[in-house]
Design a protein around this ligand. Sequence first.
Ligand SMILES: [Zn+2]
Length: 158
Amino acid sequence: MAILERITRNIDNRFWDPGSEAFPVKNRYTAGMAGQRFFKEIKENGKIFGSKCQSCKITYVPARIYCERCFERLEEWVDVGTEGTIYSFTVVYKTKSGKPKESPSIIVAVKIADGLLIHRLNGCSVEDIQIGMPVKAEFKPKAERRGGIEDIKYFKPL
Ligand SMILES: [Zn+2]
C-alpha cells in the first residue's frame, strides 16, 4: 500500500502479527498538502522538492506547508535535485524478527538542502562510509513508482 492510498476497512489498521516479516505501515489519512505534492513529484517526475521560507532562508526537505521557526506559509517550491550528503548512518544486522541478516543494511540520514531524508544506502561497504560523503538518489522505473518514499530505491555514493 502506497502512502497515497487509503485503508478501506478499519480492521486493517488495528494490529500487526509480530511473526510476519512485513511490517504493515498503513496510513488512514493523506500525507497532507505538502506531503502529497512531495510524493507526487517523486512519483511522476523523479524529483525531490523542498519548500523555502523567504524570511528564515531555510529550505525544508521534505517540503512543508509552514515554516517551523516563524510559522510563515511556504509558497516557494524548490527542486533541490537528487543529491545530498550523509549526515548520519546506522547499520542493521538483524531482521525485524531478530534473525541475522545475510548482509547488513545501511540506513542513512541524507542531508538535502536544509532537511534530511532517511533511506537505505547501497553501493558502499560499512567500512567506507563517511559523514559528509556525497550520495545520489536512485529511483525505481517510473512504471513501478507508487507515490511513496520507496519510489526511491536507495541512495548511492557519487
Ligand atoms: Zn521561517
